[in-house]
Design a protein around this ligand. Structure first.
Ligand SMILES: [Zn+2]
Ligand SMILES: [Zn+2]
Length: 287
């Protein structure tokens, strides 16, 4: 396992990587909420729990709640669920897709009253959602400790809830983005853990032609099509021989020049507008 200080440093860089908004309006803060599901008397408990789990999965796949699985507590007359929301109004019905609406109807059919949302407060570790009017491009971005949406705004580098975008997955949801995110996080853990799979993890994230990067770039292309703007994919590099050699790196996909004069969002030293790729000077030689 890497030293805690190293992790904290990396964490600080990644979390604080973007320019924070000057003023964060309430609605865009990531919030922790309890959702209470009350049951009418005499219902089939298995059917009820099943319907509840389907509803939570549908919310997650639409980006309305973050993190999976979500803690559930048996409560008086039903269940309580604790979830992080990308923004305060994330559970508003106007953000629901057809799967969420169908799961909500099934919830009523299984004996639940309408769910009640109790706002517990802002998540102190959460990154506020993007509020930009214009987003010139997007970035697919996650790490092993990020729970928020893996779609970042290219202008402010803050996350954009997935439900903002039309469906990208075959099933009419955003499962393709979430599946890539989970795989990326698992691979990032292999690298961070510094044990079995360390080199494998590094290469999956650093190489443009690794299975992980190919999958991520396919997801980025689909998102670009539905959002009608470029979606950049980030190649993370940690290991290199020298700073000089790193600066001389060319885009691995087209061989073109991609070194930026100033790092983008303090994180990306390289950007190829032709291939929609971002990367950094390897962490171990970066100044
Ligand atoms: Zn933004
Ligand atoms: Zn290129």
């Amino acid at each position: 396992m890497r030293e805690p200080s190293q992790l904290d440093e990396l964490r600080g860089l990644l979390v604080g990587g973007g320019r924070r908004s000057n003023v964060v309006s309430g609605n865009h803060v990531m919030e922790t909420a309890a959702i209470h599901f009350r049951l009418r008397a005499r219902v089939d408990p298995d059917r009820a729990l099943n319907a509840l789990q389907h509803y939570l999965a549908a919310l997650w796949q639409n980006g309305q709640i973050l993190g999976s699985p979500t803690p559930i507590a048996r409560a008086r007359a039903g269940y309580s669920v604790f979830a992080n929301l990308p923004a305060m109004d994330s559970l508003n019905r106007r953000h629901a897709n057809r799967h969420v609406r169908r799961a909500l109807r099934a919830l009523a059919g299984a004996g639940f009253k309408a769910p009640k949302v109790q706002r517990l407060g802002a998540d102190p570790e959460g990154i506020p959602a993007c509020r930009c009017r214009r987003r010139p491009f997007l970035i697919l971005f996650t790490t092993f400790f990020h729970e928020d949406s893996p779609v970042r705004c290219g202008a402010c580098f803050q996350p954009i809830p997935l439900y903002v975008f039309p469906a990208t997955g075959y099933g009419g949801d955003h499962y393709d983005i979430l599946r890539w995110m989970s795989t990326y996080q698992a691979v990032d853990w292999l690298w961070i853990g510094s044990g079995a799979g360390e080199q494998f993890g590094h290469d999956q994230m650093a190489r443009h032609d690794s299975p992980l990067s190919k999958d991520g770039r396919d997801v980025a292309k689909t998102l670009a099509r539905v959002s009608r703007r470029p979606v950049f994919y980030r190649l993370t590099k940690a290991l290199a021989r020298s700073y000089r050699q790193e600066r001389a790196r060319k885009c691995p996909s087209c061989g073109g020049r991609w070194l930026l004069d100033q790092p983008l969002h303090r994180l990306f030293d390289f950007k190829c507008d032709r291939c929609w790729l971002l990367s950094n000077i390897a962490w171990d030689v970066r100044r």
